[in-house]
Design a protein around this ligand. Structure first.
Ligand code: GUN
Ligand code: FE
Length: 414
């Protein structure tokens, strides 16, 4: 057992933060055992790490991030999705045919995730099996709980990123065989999005999902263009989400739909039916996608929402920044489209980035007793003239913090 002393903040529920000032948290076998205001007599001999007035919070979860796009962050942000994919993203992803290049980037990507306090993540690789295998091995070794997918795409992109569906399915199956037993980071099926996949590929992935009990991540109704393409290319489906439902991809494990900005009633019904997550990626939304998720309305309808950086459609690598940004965007959404929309609160945004999304990774994202103890310590961000409450420090960090404000990282897996 170990005991840590700090100001402690986590989400009590969707609307409220739990705040324990100057408290002691006891951790045993990687899980939170208790929070005390004073150490009970029988535990007086247990060593204590004291963080003073710094603030202990749960580590963050990034539900949508493209590791191979890490070298592109901040580029092409004046374009829209289809052009950005063609001019920036696909040329960069093609470079992962070179395993040495992949290794250099993926080492830096994984280090940066941890530096930003992100200990859980749903990560896209590329179509390249060798490079994506390196990525999942690296994340697993570093103790990151999460999922990595070898991307599936077999149409509408440059030749060197397209795989013939039979080959794509064989290599995906080998990837699942090899890594499904991983301790921390496991494989997930990853059809890129409807415009770049044939029915043959998506249906084949559905069969693999059933056989290996594996979930799926993809991009769902992310832009008007993408939603229209989905309807054109899959006319038998009433909406983008139905493409994956029909293929049997929705009920084999966790499902994370990136963006979910222009959902129809059918999209919402299907996402809810299978308890899927929508990954809200605010920076990506205001850059290459140019649409705003109706986050308040979807939360009120019971859709599970987590946050994502979507590197490199988004440019900030710390998902904590997206908590602040999601509040800002909900206000804009409400301002321009008041009917049926509302602004979300900071506690709701923090909950999405921690407790709500943490359920995907086996009970992370909280510090209440029983939670997996993946946590970070943020420095007390008070100004000389104005002392902050612990919850104000957390809010300031999510708007104006940097990774240098993180003083300590506690990871249950290592
Ligand atoms: N849709 C298809 N591929 C991508 C991608 O790489 N990033 C984003 N943001 N959207 C996509
Ligand atoms: Fe994306």
């Amino acid at each position: 057992m170990r005991i840590i002393h700090a100001d402690i903040v986590y989400s009590k529920d969707r609307e409220n933060l739990a705040v324990h000032r100057g408290s002691f948290i006891a951790v045993e076998n990687g899980k939170v055992k208790c929070i005390w205001t004073e150490i009970p007599e029988e535990y007086r001999d247990v060593p204590v790490t004291d963080h003073g007035s710094d603030v202990l919070i749960p580590a963050f979860s990034d539900l949508h991030v493209h590791a191979p796009q890490y070298p592109n962050r901040g580029f092409g942000m004046d374009m829209l999705l289809a052009d950005w994919l063609e001019k920036f993203t696909f040329p960069m992803e093609a470079r992962y045919a070179d395993p040495e290049f992949a290794k250099l980037v993926y080492d830096a990507f994984v280090d940066n995730l941890l530096a930003c306090g992100t200990m859980h993540a749903c990560v896209y690789g590329t179509v390249h099996t060798e490079a994506t295998s390196y990525l999942i091995e690296r994340m697993d070794k570093k103790g990151i709980k999460g999922f990595v997918g070898k991307i599936g795409m077999d149409r509408n992109a440059r030749e060197d990123l397209l795989e013939e569906p039979g080959k794509a399915l064989r290599e995906t199956e080998a990837f699942l065989e090899k890594y499904s037993g991983n301790k921390n980071t496991r494989p997930i099926l990853t059809p890129r999005f409807a415009p770049s996949c044939t029915g043959e590929l998506i249906n084949g992935l559905g069969r693999l999902g059933k056989k290996y009990n594996t979930g799926m991540q993809t991009h769902l109704v992310e832009s008007r263009w993408e939603a229209e393409q989905a309807r054109l290319l899959f006319p038998e489906c009433a909406c983008d989400t139905e493409i994956y439902e029909r293929a049997g991809l929705m009920d084999n494990g966790p499902v994370i739909g990136g963006h979910f900005i222009f959902p129809s009633e059918d999209d919402i019904r299907i996402l809810k039916k299978y308890d899927c997550y929508a990954a809200h990626c605010p920076d990506a939304t205001v850059s290459v996608i140019a649409g705003i998720m109706p986050a308040g309305a979807l939360l009120d309808r019971g859709i599970r929402i987590g946050l994502g950086t979507d590197i490199s459609a988004g440019h900030h690598t710390g998902v904590y920044t997206q908590a602040g940004r999601s509040v800002q965007l909900s206000k804009l959404k409400h301002f321009y489209e008041p009917d049926g929309n509302r602004a979300i609160t900071f506690p709701e945004a923090f909950w999405m980035a921690t407790k709500q999304s943490g359920q995907l990774f086996g009970g992370t994202g909280s510090l209440e007793p029983g939670s997996v103890f993946d946590a970070i310590v943020i420095r007390d961000m008070s100004d000389a003239a104005v002392k902050l409450t612990p919850e104000q420090t957390v809010e300031r960090f999510c708007y104006a913090g940097t990774k240098e404000d993180i003083r300590e990282r506690y990871m249950s897996s290592i």
